[in-house]
Design a protein around this ligand. Structure first.
Ligand code: PLP
Length: 525
């Protein structure tokens, strides 16, 4: 089989990407049903072919002096339909929340109401420029102020920044505020941030990026933070605790108020990773739990698109304790009712700004649209239904799979791989087989505190009928694994255009660049 310079088969039919499963017939073209195999767009190049009919270029003198082109510039020659089909097919290779259930635990992949999109596309929002005079964007500033008011009210917090561009960026903002607060008090000996073992990877990464040493706090048998272990680590060298609530095992940290008191008694601050706010929005105000600072993923809790679907947005809310450290810019309303953007930190203790301009305007519009269309009671219902759906899955699967912890869960349910013990089938195999059944897999092997984790978050936007179908598929797979059909699982997915990939190599050594043939390489130099 011939390979191109990227190690990709050039002749698709006859290549090893074809089905090795006798149940799925090979085709002459390599296409499967209406899933089309095609070469890279550069490999479709036909020199001289063009999508438009341009007049002959008139003879003219070269204006590059002694520099002469030696070869083509390396853009493929293509007709318009080729380009349109190529990109349409690529778009169809994406799995999306608009295609079906996307039960990635911790990610809150839920339906984005189209009303949000309609609002975000209003020209008054989508066409504003961040450098426009304030007097011309009063409506946009008012929207930001109103979104901030909703976030402050829902969390019970004193101050808000909308600037951070994602959850991880919000974490960084919060930890920078904690550092600024300790610095202002002259407490420079606080070098550690405590992070539970079940935390999202961004938590220790943030603490380390901000120059702190990370100390892991073990969990208990029931999936919560070990309070005694936490207390033992608290001391004058601890700057803060980063805790997720509900945590990444899908459980509410019952001791959270005691935890907050212990952290404060040690002179440290309590950072809450609020990415899972979806589970408690409208029902619990984080400020009442003693949290000093928390980020919110608008692109999770408030439905704005994320993943491949759009930029994120990670506003941060601050309790009174850290409110003086809110970064710029933020919106204030003057006595005459006009809105003003505070762009400079002045002499205050705050650390400055997190990013250029004001944050992700399109996400602000979508989030506020979501909040206002749900209302306070609707947001309460969101959290209730998210938790109900996750518990429905947990209850419907617990006799064939192994829940990691006893009792009900919050917005996501966690299983480990004990139900696969002795079968030869792994968590990864189950996930691959689930793709054949038409479902995006759940989050796998995270959190790290249980073996072979399968973390499922259905979100509140899935119907009972949709969940029942998912349950039927997972139950059947669990039973098939236990019946000893290990070959089936090891060969899954059977029906996708590509089968098992070398995922480690794909993640670590992705080939993102098409290397032209020698002749064109010279021209590019
Ligand atoms: C998603 C998530 C994050 C990070 O948010 P990004 O917007 O992806 O940066 C942090 N913590 C938890 C628990 C999350 O689920």
């Amino acid at each position: 089989m011939s390979m191109n310079s990227q190690g990709r088969p050039t002749n698709i039919s006859g290549a090893d990407i074809r089905s090795s499963n006798s149940a799925v017939p090979d085709t002459v073209t390599g296409n499967r049903g209406l899933q089309i195999e095609e070469p890279l767009i550069f490999e479709q190049d036909s020199p001289g072919r063009c999508g438009v009919d341009l007049p002959e270029v008139p003879a003219m003198a070269m204006r590059l002096g002694t520099v002469k082109p030696r070869a083509r510039v390396g853009l493929p020659g293509l007709a318009e339909p080729q380009v349109v089909r190529h990109y349409t097919r690529l778009s169809q290779k994406n799995y999306a929340i608009d295609s079906g259930l996307y039960p990635l635990g911790s990610c809150t992949m839920k339906h984005n109401p189209r009303l949000n999109e309609k609002m975000a596309r209003l020209p008054g929002f989508s066409d504003v420029h961040p450098l426009q005079p304030e007097s011309t964007v009063q409506g946009a500033l008012e929207l930001m102020a109103e979104l901030g008011r909703w976030l402050a009210t829902l969390t019970g917090m004193a101050a808000v920044t909308l600037a951070p561009a994602a959850g991880a960026h919000g974490e960084m903002c919060g930890i920078m505020a904690i550092r600024a607060a300790h610095d202002a008090k002259g407490e420079t000996g606080r070098t550690k941030i405590l992070v539970p073992e079940s935390a999202h990877g961004t938590n220790p990464a943030t603490a380390a990026a901000c120059g702190y040493t990370v100390e892991a706090i073990p969990g208990t048998e029931d999936g919560r933070v070990d309070l005694e272990a936490l207390k033992a680590k608290l001391g004058p060298d601890v700057a803060g605790l980063m805790l997720t609530n509900p945590n990444t095992c899908g459980l509410f940290e019952r001791d959270i108020i005691t935890i907050a008191e212990a952290v404060h008694a040690a002179g440290a601050y309590f950072y809450c990773d609020g990415a899972n706010f979806n589970a408690i929005v409208g029902r619990v105000r984080p400020a009442d739990l003693g949290i000093d600072v928390m980020h919110i993923n608008l692109h999770k809790t408030f439905s704005t698109p994320h993943g491949g679907g759009g930029p994120g947005s990670g506003p941060v809310v601050f309790a009174e304790s850290l409110a003086p450290y809110v970064p710029v810019p933020y919106v204030v309303q003057e006595a005459d009712g006009r809105f003003r953007l505070v762009e400079h930190a002045g002499e205050g203790p705050a650390f400055g700004r997190m990013k250029a301009f004001h944050g992700q305007m399109g996400m602000f519009v979508r989030a506020l649209s979501y909040m206002m269309s749900h209302g306070a009671d609707g947001l309460w219902q969101v959290a209730s239904d998210a938790v109900l759906n996750a518990n429905y899955l947990l209850a419907s699967l617990q006799d064939v799979m192994t829940p990691s912890f006893d009792g009900p869960c919050m917005h996501e349910c966690l299983f480990d791989d004990r139900f696969l013990k002795g079968t030869g089938v792994t968590t990864l195999d189950i996930a691959k087989a689930l793709i054949d059944e038409g479902f995006h897999p759940m989050t796998m092997y995270f959190p790290l505190v249980v073996h072979g984790a399968l973390l499922i978050e259905p979100t509140e936007t899935e119907s009972k009928a949709g969940l029942d179908q998912f349950i039927t598929a997972l139950r059947a797979l669990a039973e098939r694994a236990k019946s000893g059909d290990v070959e089936y699982f090891q060969a899954a997915p059977h029906l996708t255009p590509r089968r098992r990939l070398d995922e480690t190599a794909a993640a670590r050594k992705p080939i993102l660049r098409w290397t032209p043939e020698r002749e064109e390489a010279v021209a590019a130099e």
